[in-house]
Design a protein around this ligand. Structure first.
Ligand code: SF4
Ligand code: SF4
Length: 264
């Protein structure tokens, strides 16, 4: 039994920092694209039922895309905390909008014990901003430093190369989207990639878990630990022994060139 089960969940699919090679494909969306608070409430309620009334969901990372762009963010945070009173909830942001957020937003984070984790892309003076926000009593810290940048998370090549064994995403970055659980963002958001580049990469029903088709947390865990999607050997390009793609370099704004995201 996985006693540290947690999920990532997009509040907003799009992003204000449009990175080439984004593994969530958020940079490919031109319009602000977010999940309505009604849909969030419905999906979170289903998740609660499948996780022993929320007790077995140890952590939840709210992200995107850029979650701070959500027009009803404080309502969403109140709704999610109400549904999961014991889960560790973290808002993952690129930090660009932190100094524009309202006092109400910070009060809601504080009252709901929602932590803020900032990914450091080296673009803003985060230490100063973090210091100011900590002084409001909000838990905030740097989540990770992304100075090494990976491109081409997926591939459209002929070879079969199973990346599953060296994969850390399937434990650390499981994504919940539209009542389904995917082992990584590449699979969860492949529709955005397909739509942008007119490709037809398919994630089949046996490669994810539909929460409407499982009854209990035990069943969910049994299927989750036995999932081994074909996507991992056909499309995944995380071929390095450390579980990342081989192509890395400096982050830059996408030119919407398919080769930033996909090895051809
Ligand atoms: S900041 Fe993160 S979510 Fe936004 S485009 Fe860059 S990698 Fe993707
Ligand atoms: S597709 Fe790649 S990153 Fe996703 S679960 Fe499979 S091996 Fe891991």
């Amino acid at each position: 039994m996985n006693d540290n089960f947690g999920l990532e969940y997009h509040l907003v699919h799009s992003c204000n920092l449009k990175c080439a090679g984004c593994s969530h494909y958020s940079s490919l969306l031109d319009e602000l694209t977010f999940i309505s608070k009604e849909q969030i409430e419905s999906e979170m309620n289903l998740l609660r039922v499948r996780t022993n009334n929320g007790d077995s969901l140890r952590w939840l990372r709210l992200l995107g895309g850029e979650p701070l762009l959500h027009p009803n963010l404080t309502d969403c945070l109140n709704i999610i905390r109400n549904i999961f009173p014991k889960t560790r909830i973290t808002l993952i942001t690129n930090g660009i909008n932190l100094n524009k957020m309202s006092n109400t937003f910070y009060k809601v984070c504080k009252c709901n014990d929602i932590e803020i984790s900032v990914t450091d892309y080296g673009l803003i003076d985060l230490n100063n901003i973090i210091h100011q926000i900590k002084s409001k009593g909000v838990k905030i810290d740097i989540y990770q430093t992304c100075r090494d940048w990976y491109f081409q998370n997926i591939r459209l090549t002929e070879e079969i190369n199973d990346c599953f064994n060296q994969c850390y995403h399937r434990k650390m970055c499981i994504n919940y989207k539209e009542e389904k659980i995917f082992l990584c963002p590449q699979m969860a958001y492949i529709d955005i990639f397909n739509h942008t580049f007119s490709t037809d990469i398919v994630v089949n029903e046996n490669e994810y878990i539909d929460l409407n088709k499982v009854s209990t947390y035990n069943e969910l865990m049994r299927i989750l630990t036995s999932l081994h999607p074909d996507f991992c050997s056909i499309y995944c390009n995380c071929t390095s022994p450390n579980g990342n793609p081989e192509k890395n370099g400096k982050r830059y704004t996408t030119k919407k060139d398919i080769k930033e995201f996909c090895k051809l």
